[in-house]
Design a protein around this ligand. Structure first.
Ligand SMILES: Cc1cc2nc3c(=O)[nH]c(=O)nc-3n(C[C@H](O)[C@H](O)[C@H](O)COP(=O)(O)O)c2cc1C
Length: 322
């Protein structure tokens, strides 16, 4: 029997790379793909528990999963600890996630402004209540995903990690930016090392600006974190979870993956697959030499049969055997 790389509460985790939750990107098909390629577990796109309480259908789609994808984590986003706890209990009963994560990182104005996401980092009482109440409401482990703080004058990740852990958090993912630092500025990894040193017995997951397998290795080595979460770089290179650069992936594999993902997205959501699929199609084809006209034709095609045929044709033209 192979030993897990680490555990979260009593859940064995195999692997040190994890797909970061990404609204509009980490859907069920993409998560399953990355799990098959080596991502150690899956986290849902955020579930706005206010919308969930109002029975918004789209929130439930985000909890679609399969046995193969487990461990599967449902991520909650809100500014109300009681509503989060009620929602966590309902999600646990209906969808049986293996863990519940609390989003303390989303910096969108509409979210942070109402005190949810990274807005939670300005409100230690909410952090304490959310972890305490959600941990009481569910049987599965609760985890946190946070930033360094609200802004550079309030770097309180150590204090809030402590509050979260005291109130039940079993792992902490840290994105090395504050809520006010844009993606244009580099993420800081040193605080990830500080967090690991402060909590040697708690799984710490580092996140921010891991673009290549070498970056992932470096973050693990430099910070001592237990695992690395990879977000934006995974969209064009899901193979990063097999420790491969995009250039190391054969055209044949890219072609087969593209078709598989399209079919899987169609199976999951037949009415609404084409639009969200386009961003992956573009990302997968960008490094290939195809004309602008061909790319435009693919990205504007609204008919699934025609699109499938066109994708096959384009990849055959590039040399794939389909
Ligand atoms: C398009 C997009 C959507 C995101 N959605 C979420 C989300 O739903 N929940 C969350 O915790 N973080 C979300 N994030 C943040 C990522 O999980 C991650 O922390 C961030 O992108 C930094 O990692 P990276 O440098 O590897 O991309 C999102 C990021 C992007 C780019």
């Amino acid at each position: 029997m192979t030993l897990p790389d680490f555990t979260i509460a009593d859940i064995p985790i195999y692997g040190r790379l994890i797909l970061a939750p990404m609204d509009g990107i980490s859907d069920a098909a993409f998560r399953l793909l990355t799990r098959r390629l080596g991502s150690a577990y899956s986290v849902s796109e955020f579930i706005n528990t206010l919308d969930y309480a109002n029975q918004k259908n789209y929130q439930k789609k985000r909890l679609l999963t399969s046995t193969e994808e487990r461990p599967f984590v449902a991520q909650l986003l809100d500014n109300d600890a009681v509503r989060m706890a009620e929602c966590a209990a309902r999600i646990e009963e209906e969808f049986h996630p293996d863990m519940i994560d609390i989003n303390m990182g989303c910096a969108a104005k509409s979210v942070a402004g109402r005190g949810a996401g990274v807005g939670m980092m300005r409100n230690p009482k909410l952090v304490r209540d959310a972890f305490a109440l959600v941990s009481q409401a569910v049987k599965v482990p609760v985890t946190a995903k946070m930033r360094l703080g609200w802004d550079s004058s309030s770097l309180n990740f150590l204090e809030l990690a402590n509050l979260a852990a005291e109130n039940g958090a079993k792992a902490i993912a840290l994105h090395g930016r504050t809520g006010k630092i844009s993606f244009q500025k580099p993420a800081r990894w040193q605080p990830i090392a500080e967090l690991k040193r402060a909590f040697p017995n708690l799984p710490i997951i580092g996140n921010g600006d891991v673009l290549t397998p070498a970056d992932a290795r470096r973050m693990l080595d430099e910070t001592g974190c237990d695992a690395v979460m990879i977000g934006r770089a995974a969209k064009a290179n899901p193979w990063i979870f097999s420790w491969r650069l995009r250039e190391e992936v054969s055209l044949q594999e890219v072609a087969e993956t593209t078709l598989w993902q399209f079919d899987e997205m169609l199976a999951n959501d037949p009415e609404n697959a084409i639009m969200p699929f386009r961003k992956y199609l573009k990302a997968y084809l960008d490094p290939c030499q195809i004309s602008r006209e061909t790319m435009r034709a693919l990205l504007t095609c609204g008919d699934e049969t025609l699109l499938r045929q066109s994708i096959i044709q384009v990849f055959r033209g590039l040399g794939a055997n389909l």
